[in-house]
Design a binder for this molecule. Structure first.
Ligand SMILES: [Zn+2]
Ligand SMILES: [Zn+2]
Length: 169
């Protein structure tokens, strides 16, 4: 089992990192960030992405997984790349049109790498990645109600979002 497969990104609604950051303050957040990066060996826990020619802070984020209300500093955090972080906040990603729903044999981490490498359209042509008929607002409602089929529905990035990042799909 590859390291990145231990953790599977699933579309859920995550707590806001920004609100958390405001709560603990900039200084504590910086400490949390460097500790989380170190703990995760400067590697995205969703897709395995490791920056090699750019500073980690530029391309990696820290995602608040579960907040410890009694001791926020001791909450659960995870290192993610920018793309996986978008998926962690599925509700926002959907409402901003950054992602589309698919069925695929690929894991979510693999799908992220396919998008990053500009290979999305060729996999769609081959039928390895199939867009779902369900609309994003329908799925968002299911997410809110907890009715979504966890792990069965996966995300790819929309052309609009990939263009924004400078990636040709
Ligand atoms: Zn990633
Ligand atoms: Zn986050």
């Amino acid at each position: 089992m590859k390291e990145e497969e231990k953790f599977q990104i699933r579309p859920i609604i995550s707590p806001s990192d920004k609100e958390f950051k405001n709560k603990v303050g900039a200084e504590a957040w910086e400490k949390i960030k460097s500790k989380t990066f170190r703990d995760n060996n400067f590697k995205c826990q969703g897709c395995g992405f490791e920056p090699y020619d750019v500073p980690a802070e530029k391309v990696l984020d820290v995602h608040l997984v579960i907040e410890n209300e009694n001791d926020p500093i001791d909450s659960e955090f995870r290192t993610t790349c920018v793309l996986c972080h978008v998926i962690e906040h599925a509700d926002a990603a959907i409402s901003q049109g950054y992602v589309a729903l698919v069925n695929s044999k690929f894991s979510q981490g693999e799908l992220v790498n396919i998008c990053r490498n500009g290979a999305l359209s060729s996999h769609v042509e081959d039928g390895d990645i199939r867009y779902l008929r369900k609309t994003l607002p329908e799925f968002l409602e299911e997410l809110k109600d907890g009715r979504s089929l966890e792990g069965k529905v996966k995300f790819v990035f929309t052309e609009k979002y990939l263009k924004k990042l400078g990636i040709n799909s």
